[in-house]
Design a protein around this ligand. Sequence first.
Ligand code: SAH
Ligand code: MG
Length: 222
Amino acid sequence: MTNPPEWAEFDRYVSALFSLEDAAVRAGLDRARREGLPDIRVSTPHARFLELLVRLRGARHILEVGTLGGFSTTFLARGAGPDGRVVTLEADPHHAEVARANLEDAGLADRVDVRVGDAHETLAKLSGDDVPGFDLIFLDAEKHGYPDYLESALALASPGALLIADNVVWDGEVLNADSDDPDVRGLREFNARVAAHPRIAATILQTVSDEGWDGILLGIIE
Ligand code: SAH
Ligand code: MG
C-alpha cells in the first residue's frame, strides 16, 4: 500500500503548529541521518504524545526498550523533568553511541541511562539491580520480542504504571492470524496476553503517519 502523501504532510503541519522540533531535536535527527541510522523512529507528534503521557502520569522512573538515536528518549526525558530518570535499552552499540551524543547535546544526559546489549539480557539484569519500580514503560524494540518484554515489564512496573507499546498494528498485518512472520506472531501474542491479563486495563489506538498504518497499545498495570 502506498501511503497517501497527506499523512506525512499532516504530521509536518502538527510539528510546525505546536513547534515540536526545536534546535536540539533537529540536530539529533540530522546526526541520526548522517550516521546512517534507519528511519524507524516514532513520528514527531507521537513523540510529543509520549511526553504528554509522561506528564499526565507524573512518571519519574521510565523504562524504554529500543533507543535508536534517542529521539523518543528525548521526549520521554523532557516529560520526566530534571528529577526524572530514564533507563533506555539498545542492542546496537552504534545506535547507542548516537543516542548518547544526542542526549548530551540536548542537555539530558544526566537523566538518561543508555544501556547497551540485547534487552532480553539487560532487562534480566535490571530485575536483579536495586532499581525502583518504573511508572512508565515504553516498548519499541524488535517485535518478536514483545511477549518476553511484557513479562519483564510486569516484573519491573510499579502499581499503576503505564504500559505503552509501539507498532502493534504493523500495517494491519496483525489481523492475519495465519501469518508465520515472527514479528506478526510476536505482536499478536503480545496483544492477546495484554488483553487477557487480569492486572492490565488496555486498548489499542490505530494511527496513520508517514510510517504508514500502525498504532500503539496503551495500558495501565494495576
Ligand atoms: N524508540 C525509538 C525507535 C526504536 S527503533 C524512537 O522512536 O526514536 C528499534 C530499536 O531497537 C533499534 O535501534 C534496534 O537496534 C533496537 N533493538 C532491536 N532488537 C533489540 C534487542 N533485542 N534489544 C535491544 N534493542 C534492540
Ligand atoms: Mg516504533
